[in-house]
Ligand binder design. Structure first.
Ligand code: S6P
Ligand code: ZN
Length: 198
């Protein structure tokens, strides 16, 4: 048995920043332009203001293997691309039956979930809310507020991340601003799998 030493890290509950971390993952608009419904709005932002930082992930350094509980925080910055609120890329776990918990720390947002056969669900997130992502649900977060939305996530070490399925198909619903409030609308870019259409 390869025995690990117990350890702790520090989570700033106000900002969502974990220290120490080996590397911070930063996702900019250019990493995900094509995921927003209004791609021309994304291009205009890139041309006029440059490459906007959308979110940062602070992962605690652990081996990605069975038995571990991986955990990280995400800080999702406020803003919109066209009328669509800033969001994470979103993913399925490679092992589809691996669940996850999210704990809201700061700001407000939405946890959007979707199954392989296109069912959708969502949970409103704020400080203190514990959201459960059951096995088989893809998950994406959206910042619907005016300040950074931060949350802690924990998931099994052997889950793996499948980004490709969401990159290709998208989520069925998107969150857009209408009259100052977030509303769900159908994603015009959503691609239903051929076998679902049949
Ligand atoms: C990992 C967990 C989160 C996300 C993070 C960024 O299983 O769901 O830590 O990785 O919120 O989102 P994404 O979709 O870019 O990984
Ligand atoms: Zn996940």
């Amino acid at each position: 048995m390869n025995l690990m030493q117990p350890f702790s890290t520090y989570l700033d509950l106000e900002s969502g920043v974990i220290t120490p971390v080996d590397h911070v993952i930063r996702r900019h608009l250019s990493d995900m332009c094509h995921m927003y419904a209004d791609e021309s709005a994304a291009q205009r932002i890139l041309e006029t203001e440059g490459d906007r930082l959308i979110y940062e992930v602070y992962p605690v350094d652990l081996p990605e293997e069975e038995g571990q509980v991986l955990h990280s925080t995400t800080v999702l910055h406020p803003g919109r691309v066209g009328s669509e609120y800033h969001m994470t890329k979103g993913h399925f776990h490679v092992k589809r039956d691996r669940a996850e918990i999210y704990v809201g720390l700061a700001g407000e947002g939405c946890l959007l979930m979707q199954t392989g056969d296109g069912r959708v669900s969502s949970v409103k997130m704020a400080r203190g809310i514990i959201a459960y992502v059951p096995p088989y649900w893809a998950h994406r977060t959206v910042n619907t507020g005016d300040v950074p939305f931060a949350f802690l996530a924990a998931w099994p070490g052997d889950s793996g991340h499948d980004y490709g399925t969401i990159e290709t198909r998208g989520f069925a619903k998107i969150l857009v601003e209408r009259g100052g409030v977030p509303v769900f609308v159908d994603n015009p870019k959503y691609r239903i799998e051929d076998r679902e259409r049949a």
